[in-house]
Design a binder for this molecule. Structure first.
Ligand code: SF4
Length: 346
């Protein structure tokens, strides 16, 4: 792997289209080596709480989009959220992620503020908090940051505005430009900011993927969570004939991103595990360093399915933890227990 000094679109496209298994292995191994050299080989955990599946948006690929009337909507109460947080703290996860469909308004904003403060208090400030609550006004981002959240995930989904338009309704609520602006606002509010994309979308080209990598590098985020696009049959995009069972492209994207941005945090996402039971662990071997075990109570897990066949929907937090530990152990991957594992790119 030479020539990574100034990778351009053509070079990245060439690597993404590489078919020679020996060359592919070389790129993946080199990504692992870069990770080892720059940020170490530990994996950091962020326990995931799916706060609510209510969403005001209608993304064409998402199973919990507002128009899907077949979904049973839920919202965890404060007690349930705090219970999950205590589980994460006692399990020495180091951090948690509070995720929900996108909603706005003072009621939602102040509830999140209260929860963030509450979690900080009950865990003596030891648990790191990441939010994944969509596009919000800059003041809202600031309020949540001041309450104690210090990381935020907002995927751009695709860096190509035309492709973005094809997978979202074409209206103000689903504006690519607004989303990019929101990412910039997060960075300026002081968050360790994460973005990400879907890999293998209908209409997506290798050129789009190469551009996604360059977009992620150029916007200057500190964390990335990307995964394979997976269908949900009750969505407009999911009704198209398109099934993505290819983890190799996702692994290559992870590896190339590690080459491009040696110090960032890269998540091995749950979607990878749908395609391959060891998908997340393979991503770790290709340069990823973050895993987000689900801690959502089992009663509602089935209702938070952006894509179908989400793994572990019958499991509770303890079972998810046990399975993950076992898998990581099998692959010889070390966990940074009780560590925040902040992005070294921050
Ligand atoms: S992807 Fe997010 S914003 Fe879009 S419909 Fe699903 S939960 Fe809502």
């Amino acid at each position: 792997m030479t020539g990574f000094v100034t990778p351009d679109r053509d070079l990245l496209m060439g690597w993404l289209e590489e078919k020679d298994p020996r060359k592919i292995e070389l790129i993946l191994n080199e990504a692992y080596r870069i990770k080892e050299e720059t940020i170490g080989t530990k994996v950091y955990l962020r326990g995931l709480i799916e706060l609510s599946n209510r969403c005001s948006k209608d993304c064409y690929y998402c199973g919990i989009r507002a128009s899907n009337k077949l979904v049973e909507r839920y919202e965890l109460n404060d007690e349930q959220v705090y219970e999950c947080a205590m589980f994460a703290w006692k399990a020495r996860y180091g951090s948690l992620v509070l995720q929900a469909g996108e909603r706005s308004g003072p009621r939602f904003t102040s509830r999140v503020t209260k929860l963030v403060k509450g979690i900080k208090e009950m865990t003596n400030g030891e648990l790191g908090i990441t939010l994944s609550l969509g596009e919000q006004e800059r003041e809202v981002y600031q309020e949540w940051f001041d309450a104690g959240a210090h990381r935020y995930l907002l995927r751009i989904e695709s860096s190509n505005p035309d492709l973005y338009k094809k997978i979202h309704p074409n209206n103000e609520k689903h504006s690519w430009e607004k989303r990019v602006n929101a990412i910039r606002n997060l960075i300026s509010a002081g968050y360790q900011t994460g973005t990400g994309i879907m890999i293998g979308l209908p209409f997506q080209t290798t050129r789009d993927l190469a551009d996604d990598l360059l977009f992620i590098r150029d916007i200057g985020v500190h964390m990335v969570g990307m995964g394979p696009y997976l269908r949900h049959s009750q969505t407009p995009l999911g009704k198209m004939v398109h099934d993505n069972q290819d983890l190799s492209l996702t692994l290559m994207m992870v590896a190339l991103l590690r080459h491009l941005m040696p110090k960032i945090n890269i998540a091995a996402t749950t979607a990878m595990q749908v395609i391959d039971p060891f998908g997340r662990e393979k991503a770790v071997m290709a340069g990823a360093n973050i895993i987000m075990p689900n801690m959502t109570i089992s009663e509602v897990r089935k209702n938070y399915q952006i894509y179908e066949n989400k793994p572990g929907i019958e499991d509770d937090a303890a079972i998810s933890k046990g399975k993950l530990e076992e898998n990581l152990q099998k692959m010889g991957i070390r966990i940074g227990w009780a560590e925040w594992g902040d992005s070294k790119a921050f």
